[in-house]
Design a protein around this ligand. Structure first.
Ligand SMILES: [Mg+2]
Length: 437
């Protein structure tokens, strides 16, 4: 699927590519979590290792340790030699995952996370009115402040603002720690020519060898080739995608996967009853629907996840049969695409009625298979048109008078909860050290 400004694959014309992506990369993530949790480690060289023996590998190093040459992959014994007095700390997966979810919650007070790419990396999509560089930079500062105030000041991040994810990721690598780099399409290739090929995400040593065989040794060489030449060099259609990414375009390949907007929430003890949980579901739907309208989309599918287990359902880490068996998902298809909160709320209510009995501990609401407005048949019926107008009016009131100026009755109690919401997404397997390599 593609939208008007997401560069359909058939367009070869150079065009203006706005800032569409806010890419966020936490700096020295595991070491920073340790410094956040243990104040005595702050400002000191710290390395995190799954095995404390000298032969074990460090999976993260604080900036103070990096200054001594300690890196991810450095042996513990070597780290001690390079940096006498270094604090070696044993990895604590649970703490990193918990903090990861708090960070997503903090980011989502500013804008929704579109996709979590690893435990310390995420991509967010900028709405149309957030794409002006000055506004995007302001938003990025807000994200940084939200993480510092809601999670902890040790959790610093580098943010890249760019027309696509590849350039966004590259931008986060250009300034660390606490970076904020904007790459606009009009600055290409100038902003990148000083880089080495292996600085690009996804171009490893073997790919560098391969490109060399095609006489591509520098970034300038890369820009000098056309799509066909890059396809040959890559040996796959990926080369064509690179041609477009380097120019700030997006490809169908990149954008077709993650067209959903959703929120989830672990219920506080006082909300672990059907009435309160339903109110929170409506609140989550309201947020997701408003964001979807803001992005200009219509949903073709709605899902509700309800868990009554002790843990939230997880798609990462050690699987808990018990927790998973208690998570229930209901799905409703929305013929032709729906956008207004009232229609979506009645679909959500129908799903809610089908849930298994029990006191919910966790709820999630997600709008899927989003269609751009241009490809949706506009509602024919008067009532449907009125509902859409009402939803837009609510959005406008929210924008001018603050969130939740207008809300439905069921949300009244839930208004104060789920302020941030939690993204319902997966985090890769946390078996270390493979996932950090
Ligand atoms: Mg990182």
């Amino acid at each position: 699927m593609t939208t008007a400004d997401e560069t359909p694959f058939d367009s070869a014309e150079p065009r203006h590519n706005p800032l569409r992506v806010l890419f966020l990369d936490l700096n020295s993530y595991f070491a920073s979590v340790e410094q956040q949790l243990e104040p005595s480690l702050r400002g000191k060289p710290v390395a995190v290792a799954p095995v404390m023996a000298d032969g074990g590998c460090c999976v993260a190093a604080s900036y103070e340790a990096k200054a001594f040459g300690v890196r991810t992959g450095t042996r513990v014994g070597e780290a001690k030699r390079l940096c006498p007095g270094i604090h070696i700390v044993k990895t604590r997966h649970r703490a990193y995952v918990e903090m990861h979810h708090k960070i997503i919650e903090a980011v989502e007070t500013c804008l929704p996370v579109e996709e979590v790419l690893s435990i310390d990396e995420m991509a967010c999509r900028l709405a149309r009115d957030e794409r002006d560089p000055a506004k995007a930079v302001e938003l990025a500062h807000r994200v940084k402040r939200a993480i510092a105030s809601r999670v902890g000041e040790c959790l610093r991040c580098s943010i890249g603002l760019a027309p696509n994810r590849v350039l966004g990721k590259l931008a986060t690598d250009m300034q660390k720690p606490d970076g904020l780099v904007v790459i606009e399409s009009g600055e290409l290739p100038g902003r990148l020519v000083h880089l080495k090929l292996q600085d690009f995400p996804g171009i490893g040593p073997r790919m560098v060898q391969r490109l060399r065989a095609f006489a591509i040794d520098t970034v300038e060489d890369l820009y000098a080739r056309n799509e066909e030449q890059l396809e040959r060099a890559w040996g796959s259609v990926l080369g064509r995608y690179w041609h477009r990414w380097l120019r700030g375009q997006e490809t169908v390949h990149r954008t077709s996967r993650t067209r959903s907007v959703g929120h989830q929430h672990v219920l506080p003890p006082e909300a672990r009853n059907p009435e309160a949980a339903w109110g929170i579901c409506v609140r989550l739907l309201h947020k997701a629907a408003a964001r979807m309208r803001h992005l200009g989309y219509y949903a073709q599918r709605l899902t509700l996840v309800v868990a009554c287990g002790r843990r939230r359902p997880s798609t990462w880490g050690p699987r808990s049969e018990e927790a998973e068996s208690r998570a229930w998902t209901g799905a409703a298809s929305l013929e032709g695409g729906k956008q207004d909160t009232l229609t979506l709320a009645s679909e959500l209510r129908a799903l809610w009625e089908k849930r298994p009995p029990g006191d919910p501990t966790f709820v999630g609401v997600t709008l899927h298979d989003l269609l751009p407005a241009a490809s949706v048949t506009l509602p024919l019926f008067k009532e449907e048109q009125q509902r859409e107008r009402l939803s837009r009016l609510i959005d406008e009131l929210d924008a001018s008078h603050g969130p939740l100026t207008v809300y439905t009755g069921a949300m009244h109690e839930a208004r104060k909860s789920a302020a941030g919401g939690i993204a319902f997404r997966s985090v890769p397997d946390l078996d270390l050290p493979d996932s950090v390599a």
